[in-house]
Write a new protein. Structure first.
Length: 145
């Protein structure tokens, strides 16, 4: 059975995300690399407004990349209702500098009807592990239109 959300997202592979219903996704300007049921890969470029005073990517921006990538991956599941993050644990392993490209790979660990457990790994283009996040999401009462 075909998932219309996945089919629509596949048409955007290689494109910068600038017209998302998520203003955060539009700010991050990721490029969709891969989409499948419960999985998504997005490339982000570290821009000046993402840096902290040490001139490396701000931890909050990495956390936002993780949360937003996971959110996109949840949409590939074809649920009737929105899910929202109830926790987000992020571990930082390395840094990223201005102009560096990062790949976020978000995927489902366990999918239930009310709760979904997910993880996201972020690497740079040299495959240096930058961060990992895991989250639990819960079903809301808000229907997806």
């Amino acid at each position: 059975m075909s998932n219309p959300m996945i089919e629509r997202m596949k048409k955007s592979i290689g494109d910068k995300i600038t017209n998302s219903p998520s203003n955060v996704a539009n700010f991050l300007e990721g490029t969709l690399l891969m989409v499948a049921r419960g999985k998504i890969n997005v490339e982000y470029e570290v821009r000046d407004e993402m840096l902290n005073p040490a001139n490396i990517i701000h931890g909050g921006i990495i956390s936002t990349m993780i949360d937003d990538s996971i959110g996109m991956a949840v949409f590939t599941l074809g649920n009737e209702y929105f899910f929202t993050t109830i926790n987000l644990q992020v571990d930082f392993f390395s840094y990223a500098k201005l102009g560096e490209k990062l790949i976020a790979k978000a995927f489902v660990l366990k999918e239930g009807k009310q709760v979904i457990h997910m993880e996201c790994h972020i690497h740079n283009m040299d495959d240096r592990f930058v961060a990992k996040g895991n989250t639990t999401l819960i079903k809301t009462k808000n229907k997806i239109k």
